[in-house]
Design a binder for this molecule. Structure first.
Ligand SMILES: C[S@@+](CC[C@H](N)C(=O)[O-])C[C@H]1O[C@@H](n2cnc3c(N)ncnc32)[C@H](O)[C@@H]1O
Length: 361
């Protein structure tokens, strides 16, 4: 076996050296395997989505194992079709054999069904099938016609809120507790702003975890603001949580705030510098701004990783609302050029990073 030591000169794998033949490129069967793997992944996505919407996955989570007939009876579904779904889900690694029937594979209940888990990915499956992601992009490819959130459907906004959920779960309070001094500051009370609050998931979480703080949500989309207001009212939090419909570029409040968060939205701002100026103006001296976002890969290798490919898919929606996801380092540059100090960052998962800064005293 050959090992590379740090002193070994590294060569490009495809460029021949005097004593090394050129590495042959991939074969037709290998390249076909890559393409067909994509088709199989698409099929697995559809199988999982059917399992979510039909209740088949929930039924299997509720029982240790079920035969096809028990599963079909429990969900009032056709037995033959249910058997086809089970075999497909087994092939996709979602189910395991259990005696004469099937059981969920390890951790699948958490990953696909538990909306309170920081590891929840179940909301991705309906999201990627909404026409706002690829269908409208394909139809608009010749013209490049853009849209904004008020052109999207309520189903899209709900699907986005579903995928934003685990980002908030990781951010509040775990991610925020990694910002030096922030937990102590919030324990003393004060106001927290969720900028681009969407349908309000973060407002509820902030209010729950920081009961001594007031919480204000700001978002530019009227439908999202209405959803957030309904959820705040249902949670009986209207005395402590307010929601305003306002572009972030014009954000203004009568009070100074201890913390501004932004969850998976900073890359969307039409004028990111203007928004950062508004954040700075809102913050009390020493107040923190925490940006929670997808760190778009900075390298070709990153683009070919699973997180990079997921983010490249999200770019199809971002393009239609006239933006693109940003590499995490863009937020260091942004906060630095607006005079923030005590910058910090942490990766919470491969698709989730925090960047923060502090308004100088
Ligand atoms: C991807 S969603 C995220 C919503 C929420 N933070 C979540 O994680 O569920 C992006 C949100 O940002 C809002 N938004 C984007 N740019 C904005 C701007 N310049 N002013 C106000 N709202 C904006 C959109 O209306 C939308 O609700």
């Amino acid at each position: 076996m050959t090992t590379l030591s740090s002193s070994t000169p590294q060569t490009d794998a495809t460029s021949p050296t005097a004593d090394q033949p050129p590495t042959p490129g991939p074969t037709v069967p290998e390249q076909a395997g890559v393409l067909l793997g994509h088709v199989a992944g698409y099929m697995a996505t559809r199988i999982i989505d059917i399992g979510l919407t039909s209740g088949l996955l929930q039924a299997l989570a509720d029982q240790p194992s079920l035969t096809v007939q028990q599963l079909a009876d429990a969900q009032q579904l056709d037995e033959f079709y249910t058997s086809v779904w089970c075999r497909g889900a087994f092939g996709a690694g979602v189910l395991e054999r259990a005696g004469d029937g099937y059981a969920l594979a390890p951790h699948l209940s958490t990953l696909l069904l538990d909306r309170t888990s920081p590891a929840f990915v179940g909301a991705m499956f309906p999201l990627v099938q909404r026409p706002e992601l690829f269908g409208r992009f394909a139809a608009s490819l010749p013209t490049g016609e853009r849209m904004w959130w008020n052109d999207t459907s309520p189903e899209w906004i709900d699907a986005v809120a579903g995928t934003g959920g685990p980002f908030y779960t990781r951010l509040i309070p775990g991610g925020l507790s990694q910002v030096p001094g922030l937990a102590e500051r919030l324990a003393a009370g004060g106001t927290i702003v969720d900028s681009a609050c969407g349908a309000g998931t973060g407002l509820l979480r902030l209010a729950e975890h920081y009961p001594q703080c007031r919480v204000i949500g700001i978002d530019g989309d009227a439908h999202s603001v209405q959803r957030a207001q309904e959820r705040v009212a249902t949670a009986r939090l209207t005395d402590r949580v307010q929601v305003h419909c306002q572009p972030l570029e014009q954000m203004e409040l009568p009070e100074s705030v201890a913390l501004v968060v932004n969850n998976i939205s900073m890359h969307e701002c039409r004028d990111i510098d203007r928004v950062t100026q508004r954040v700075l103006a809102l913050l009390e001296p020493g107040g923190r701004f925490v940006i929670s976002d997808f760190p778009f890969p900075e390298s070709d290798a990153g683009l070919r990783s699973v997180p990079g490919r997921l983010m490249s898919g999200i770019q199809f929606f971002e393009a239609q609302i006239d933006d693109q996801l940003l590499p995490r380092s863009a937020y260091d540059d942004l906060l630095t050029r607006h005079g923030f100090g005590e910058l910090g960052t942490v990766a919470l998962t491969p698709v989730h990073a925090l960047t923060w800064g502090r308004r100088q005293e």
